[in-house]
Design a protein around this ligand. Structure first.
Ligand code: IPM
Ligand code: MN
Length: 359
């Protein structure tokens, strides 16, 4: 197979973990006989330095002619956030690219590795029931993209963000979720706030209409406040969680602490044509950037997701996932997942172990 990949390392730990992930991509292509060509482009603060914009046209053009986008992370260090380079960086880069390619479904799988059960913040008896959740978050609508403004009301400062959904936006991501559930344990929990919000009432109505085409998948509704509670109390009850842009942002971060480190999570943003962007949702971690200590697993697993989702290379993706699991089983630990008595290794050494397991 021949594919062309746009590589957007971005800021912070992005470039260093991307370098490691590309080593894994090269090893997989060699092992399975594929040709993956890559083209690098700037995004975020790195793009601002080069072009004065966080998501420049040149980057958009490189993405547009690629078969998939591999994304690192964007955002600046706390001490520099007042600089123009970092102002609006995440919003301009991330929301910009999501809008540009109509990425409307965001897949955020959350799995607790059996090898790392001890670093899950929940009680062992809760974790041992197994945690394997796929968050599917709508990514193109809701309060993120509705009208927003600052204004004056009765001489006082006021602000507003409009939450808006169309039935087509809801139906599209609902279809995505039901199809994903078919490949898993055939259960979807749709999360909304239908007791209060009109957008949620419409959400619930449309999700149930779409569900009629998936009679083999069980659908349950859950209110978002209850879902937040259940995620901590009994996360094993969930399989696919389908939800809105805003709720998905919050709930998926709550879910993301379950594996014990953000450095273990990958995500995919997909549009209706199946074009996708793959990224670790963990952020640029500027505090540890440039030290060679960042956990490369999230970026490596993003490569696996790309192979699976964009190129339908199931065996290749599983080879990477299995290599990561074996590396963890053999005791390879980066600083974010190290426990008392264990020794932390850096990004390169961690990737070396994954590559050895892959071979
Ligand atoms: C995410 C991030 C973004 C979001 C921000 C940085 C714009 O939190 O990818 O989850 O809210 O979607
Ligand atoms: Mn978020």
């Amino acid at each position: 197979m021949e594919k062309h990949i746009a590589v957007l390392p971005g800021d912070g730990i992005g470039p260093e973990v991307m370098t490691q992930a590309l080593r894994v991509l090269a090893a997989v292509s060699e092992k399975f006989g594929h040709t993956f060509t890559t083209e690098e482009a700037v995004i975020g603060g790195a793009a601002y330095e080069a072009h004065g914009e966080h998501f420049p046209d040149a980057t958009r053009a490189i993405c547009a002619k690629s078969d998939a986008i591999l994304f690192g992370s964007v955002g600046g260090p706390v001490s520099e956030l007042h600089l123009d380079k970092w102002k609006g960086c995440e919003v301009n880069a991330l929301l910009g690219i999501r809008k540009a390619f109509s990425f409307n479904a965001n897949f955020r799988p959350v799995k607790v590795f059996p090898e790392l059960i001890d670093i899950c913040p929940l009680k062992k008896e809760v974790v041992e029931r197994g945690i394997d959740i796929l968050f599917i978050r709508e990514l193109n609508g809701d309060i993120y993209f509705g009208e927003k403004k600052f204004f004056e009301k009765d001489g006082r400062r006021a602000a507003m963000d409009v939450a808006e959904y169309t039935e087509d936006q809801i139906a599209s991501v609902a279809n995505t979720a039901f199809q994903a559930a078919r490949k898993r344990s055939k259960r979807v929990t749709s999360v909304d706030k239908a007791n209060v919000l009109h957008t949620s009432k419409l959400w619930r109505e449309v999700v149930h209409e779409v569900a009629k085409d998936y009679s083999d998948v069980a659908l349950e509704d859950m209110l978002v406040d209850n879902c937040a509670m259940q995620l901590i109390k009994d996360p094993s009850q969930f399989d696919v969680i389908l939800t809105t842009n805003m709720f998905g942002d919050i709930l998926s971060d709550a879910g993301a602490v379950l594996p014990g480190s953000l450095g273990l999570l990958a995500s995919a943003s997909i549009n209706a044509e199946g074009f996708g962007l793959y990224e670790p949702p963990g952020g640029s971690a500027q505090d540890i950037a440039g030290k060679g200590v960042a956990n490369p697993i999230a970026q490596i697993l993003s490569v696996a997701m790309m192979l699976k989702f964009s190129f339908s290379l199931q065996a290749e993706a599983e080879a990477i996932e299995n290599a990561v699991s074996s590396a963890l089983a053999k005791g390879a630990r980066s600083g974010d997942i190290v426990q008392k008595g264990e020794t932390a290794i850096g990004s390169v050494a961690m990737t070396d172990v994954v590559l050895a397991e892959l071979a």
